[in-house]
Design a protein around this ligand. Structure first.
Ligand SMILES: CC(=O)SCCNC(=O)CCNC(=O)[C@H](O)C(C)(C)COP(=O)(O)OP(=O)(O)OC[C@H]1O[C@@H](n2cnc3c(N)ncnc32)[C@H](O)[C@@H]1OP(=O)(O)O
Length: 254
């Protein structure tokens, strides 16, 4: 299935991401073009081992280039979410190891695909995801035991310089959800859809996911219920619901 999945991704993710910007009088128009690179983290002795070529780099066969890609990705994650990871690392990873070390180890999980976009040698955007199985997504499964095939989105990042031009939506909505996931659904009738984890206070990313149609998964942490707290003068005040550390979102494709 991995080879089929990869060929769908190669078809559905655009080879370039392009956008134009103009100055106030529209006299100068600049076009930015970012070029695609796809890399896979192979499973040991799996069919992914045989994958390598101009359309997809096999991390195991090109470690030094692969490490450059992963270092650039983790650098972007640090720029965007480093503060949140530093604060939450022990809760997320359950150890005292620096978050970037944990993140890099996670980023080498077998089966992950990286679709990255580059301009002038710099990483402009990337999405990493895996075709896997996940629990906690099925409505009515109170024990969160039912495991379903999903595309799990590990990361989506657009560098500051390229934000607000529709690239995030282009990659997630058009390429991954409407493109890749719809096609996987056609060949696997038990396929659930797309799932992801997002920090509770990452409102910009959450707005994007909700605009595309993602909902909080049944097994996701929920906001703490509003509570009544006494003020210094003895009167009660309502504390508004607080976001948990993270939410799990999913997009079901029945
Ligand atoms: C699974 C995970 O990876 S969770 C972590 C997600 N990644 C991050 O938080 C990293 C930092 N953020 C980013 O990289 C980017 O902001 C992304 C990926 C969330 C969005 O990428 P962009 O290319 O900027 O988004 P795009 O231009 O496609 O806009 C999509 C939506 O984002 C939101 N958005 C865009 N610009 C803004 C802004 N200035 N302020 C608030 N929301 C905005 C809007 O909801 C917009 O919806 P619209 O298409 O209806 O206008």
């Amino acid at each position: 299935m991995f080879k089929k999945f990869l060929s769908i991704c190669i078809d559905e993710f655009p080879e370039t991401l392009e956008y134009t910007e103009s100055n106030e009088n529209a006299t100068v128009v600049t076009t930015t073009v970012l070029k695609r690179e796809i890399m896979c983290i192979p499973e040991e002795n799996g069919e992914v081992d045989s994958i390598d070529g101009p359309q997809c780099t096999n991390y195991n066969l090109h470690k030094s280039h692969g490490d450059h890609v992963l270092d650039s990705c983790v650098q972007l994650v640090d720029e965007h979410l480093g503060d949140k990871y530093r604060r939450a690392s022990r809760t997320i990873y359950g150890n005292r190891i620096p978050w970037k070390t944990n993140k890099l180890a996670e980023m080498k999980s077998a089966g992950l695909l990286y679709v990255s976009y580059w301009g002038n040698g710099a990483l402009g955007a990337f999405a990493s995801f895996m075709l896997t199985e996940e629990t906690g997504l099925v409505e009515g499964d109170a024990a969160h035991e039912v495991s379903v095939p999903v595309i799990y989105l590990y990361e989506i990042h657009v560098a500051h310089a390229h934000r607000g031009h529709g690239l995030g939506r282009r990659l997630l909505e058009r390429a991954l959800c409407e493109g890749v996931a719809r096609r996987v659904r056609r060949v696997r009738c038990d396929f659930f859809g797309v799932a992801l984890t997002v920090f509770g206070d990452n409102t910009r990313a959450r707005r994007l996911y909700e605009a595309i149609g993602f909902c909080r998964a049944p097994g996701s942490p929920a906001p703490a219920a509003p509570a009544l707290r006494p003020t210094r003068h003895g009167r009660k005040r309502v504390v508004v619901a607080r976001d948990p550390l993270y939410y799990v979102y999913c997009l079901h494709m029945p």
